[in-house]
Design a binder for this molecule. Structure first.
Ligand code: KG4
Ligand code: ZN
Length: 355
């Protein structure tokens, strides 16, 4: 198996990629829909599906031509089949099924989070197990223990908002636009976290020590904004100092929560390495803190470059390649599953949507 075509359409990015031998990215095309959703302050599912339909053929063709290959050269097709927006997922899944059927090529469905877990393979040596994975995105904040390839034990997840969602909500309150993470990251660089004291008690979840919760922090930030009468930013090039400070303080709290929990998991499970992924792993403060965790705990923490931590199809192709190499194949009955889980086999029985 040399060339795998990956297709990703679970949320607001239509992406396709050709990878070679599981680890070399020959092309990675991403058609972002952010401009179409920005005016609504978040992703509108109906618009997402329509945009995927408009873009999918062109994105796949560009991925093939940039990789200098044709459909005939492709040895397998990997597509995200969950979780995500059902209408969005269906576009990628239907396209991949049709292509695999028409070309007589092997097909595999990939869990979006497994894609994020594989996003380090292009820049690092192969994954060694047991590994821990910290995935932090707009929809997920999870820690997995991976004792063996493709066997995921979820140690913790968010009880409420995902970290990226919290960034986006705070940014919306401050009038910083969508998506919020990158702007908050940039503004936090010049803010002083100590000047904006956010009063909240991190939740204690005794029976789930690796779970996260960001709603208390979000409420504390909202309260701070209200009590200090901070108004939405009118000019992003001229942001008042107290808003810079709130961004720094909020971000500091998120980073501290993520890294504190990760440190405890490393201590308990002594992994060979830690894999990270998801859009929030683009965050500059988080990247620095993750490197410090690695140094402090004496474990390799893999932090992919931002183009691989955010949604892309190369990571889907990489996870799909690993499964195809194990002989796994999806049939023409492959379904899109908006609530697909990664961590137990029984969840395969969860609610599905027929195509
Ligand atoms: O993984 P991703 O591209 O899509 C999902 O699967 O959700 O993650 C998108 C999320 C958004 O919530 C966005 O605000 C956040 O990642 N994000 C960031 C940064 N860049 C993107 N959050 C914090 N700091 C950043 N630099
Ligand atoms: Zn993602």
């Amino acid at each position: 198996m040399r060339y795998v075509l990956g297709i990703e359409s679970s949320c607001d990015e239509t992406a396709a990629s050709v990878i070679e031998n599981g680890r070399i990215v020959r092309s990675s095309i991403i058609a972002s829909q952010i401009d179409s959703h920005r005016q609504y302050g978040g992703v509108v599912p109906e618009i997402a599906s329509r945009k995927h339909l408009d873009n999918v053929s062109e994105v796949v063709e560009k991925a093939l031509s940039d990789a200098n290959v044709t459909f005939d050269d492709i040895d397998g097709i990997a597509v995200t089949n969950g979780p995500g927006l059902i209408g969005a997922l269906l576009v990628g899944v239907c396209y991949a099924k049709a292509a695999a059927f028409a070309l007589g090529k092997p097909l595999i469905g990939v869990h979006h989070i497994e894609g994020h877990i594989f996003s380090s393979v292009f820049e690092y040596s192969p994954i060694e197990y047991p590994a821990l994975a910290l995935i932090v995105s707009g929809g997920h904040t999870d820690i997995f223990l991976i004792r063996k390839p493709h066997e995921y034990e979820r140690l913790g997840h968010t009880r409420d908002d995902a970290a990226g969602e919290a960034f986006d909500k705070i940014a919306r309150l401050l009038g910083l636009g969508y998506p919020g993470g990158p702007v908050v990251d940039r503004l936090a660089l010049t803010g002083d976290a100590k000047r904006a004291k956010l009063v909240y008690r991190p939740p204690q979840i005794p029976d789930a020590p690796f779970d996260f919760s960001f709603s208390g922090l979000k409420t504390a930030t909202q309260r701070f904004i209200r009590e200090n009468e901070l108004t939405p930013v009118a000019d992003l090039d001229n942001v008042p100092e107290p808003i810079l400070d709130v961004c720094a303080s909020f971000q500091h709290a998120v980073v501290k929560t993520l890294c504190g929990t990760l440190e405890r998991a490393i201590e308990e499970y002594q992994p060979m390495m830690v894999l990270t992924g998801g859009g929030v792993v683009c965050n500059s403060a988080l990247r620095t803190a993750l490197r410090e965790v690695g140094d402090k705990m004496g474990v390799e923490v893999r932090i992919p470059t931002p183009k691989f931590t955010t949604d892309n199809a190369a990571m889907i192709a990489a996870a799909g390649y690993a499964r195809l190499m194990r002989g796994e194949r999806a049939g023409s009955n492959l379904e899109a599953n908006p609530v697909m889980k990664l961590h137990t086999t029984e969840t395969l029985r969860s609610k599905r949507f027929k195509m």
